[in-house]
Design a protein around this ligand. Structure first.
Ligand SMILES: Nc1ccn([C@@H]2O[C@H](COP(=O)(O)OP(=O)(O)OP(=O)(O)O)[C@@H](O)[C@H]2O)c(=O)n1
Ligand SMILES: C[C@](O)(CO)[C@H](O)COP(=O)(O)O
Length: 260
């Protein structure tokens, strides 16, 4: 299924607040304009119900629970009628693009229209990572606040890493790769608005080729984002079996909270 070309952000966007000059703010930007082709679900995976709520509602709730976050911008596909802001701090922008990077770029423009400034922080987080916890978000914020450009949650590789000989089937091992310096990138990825805008704008002409996360675009500017240890539970719901895993973990967390 192809996504229609993105509508540009409306010229006048409802601002998050009527801020005067002040300290840098933190905003969450949630790309939620994908179709979930690998998920096997009927319709986009962010709208599937897991543990009593939709995937995206779990995700947004985690950011709303972080007091330092001034607002949450959600990027959905043009024409998507399934997501509505349920909180004063949420803005919904129908500016999703053909790729995740394109959706994030359009969301950055919308965020600027809603009042974000060059030095403000933007925490980009996949709608599909619905197991993110407020404590993980706060750990990233604490680690990155004094960084020049920002950083991301990531996990040191837990398994032995193999390189395949090529694309042929069945796949065969070419080599075992040293894994001591390899990390799996997660989200949120936290960068200053201006840095991320520059990084993505530089890749716009090539259709954001090879930009699979925010960090990769920032790295191409010559920057070295900070790696902050994330959590294995912060996985991205991608394949059919991931819904059951997410359901089990979220139900377990609810039960543990009730028992406390
Ligand atoms: N054009 C796109 C593609 C993806 N996303 C969002 O980016 C996140 C991570 O992308 P991914 O897991 O690849 O989601 P989908 O593109 O929906 O899944 P698939 O690749 O299986 O189709 C998701 O929250 C998705 O909604 C987006 O905003 N715009
Ligand atoms: C951004 C990301 O979640 C980092 O791991 C990931 O790259 C997005 O997944 P996609 O399948 O490439 O859209």
């Amino acid at each position: 299924m192809t996504i229609p070309p993105p509508a540009m952000p409306e010229p006048v966007l409802r601002p998050f607040d009527d801020r005067a000059d002040g300290p840098q703010r933190l905003y969450a930007l949630i790309p939620a304009a994908g179709v979930g082709s690998r998920s096997g679900a009927q319709g986009p995976k962010q709208y599937q119900r897991v543990a009593g709520r939709r995937v995206i509602d779990h995700t947004v709730a985690a950011f709303l629970a972080v007091p330092a976050i001034a607002g949450v911008g959600v990027v959905v596909a043009p024409g998507d009628t399934q997501y509505h802001a349920a909180d004063e701090r949420i803005r919904v922008w129908h500016v999703g693009g053909e790729t995740r990077a394109h959706s994030v770029f359009n969301g950055l423009l919308a965020l600027s229209g809603a009042g974000a400034r060059a030095q403000d922080w933007v925490l980009v987080h996949d709608a599909a990572r619905c197991l993110i916890r407020p404590a993980d978000i706060e750990r990233l914020i604490d680690a990155c606040r004094d960084e020049p450009v920002g950083g991301l949650l990531a996990l040191p590789l837990p398994d032995t890493l193999k390189q395949a000989t090529g694309q042929q089937a069945p796949p065969r091992v070419q080599a075992t790769v040293e894994r001591g310096d390899k990390w799996l990138a997660q989200t949120p990825q936290m960068f200053r608005w201006q840095v991320l805008y520059q990084a993505l704008a530089a890749r716009q002409a090539s259709g954001f080729q090879g930009v699979t996360d925010e960090s990769s675009a920032v790295e191409a500017l010559g920057e070295r984002p900070l790696l902050v240890v994330g959590s294995s539970r912060n996985f991205k719901v991608t394949y059919p079996e991931d819904f059951a895993m997410a359901q089990a973990l979220l139900m377990h967390a609810d039960a543990a909270q009730e028992a406390a």
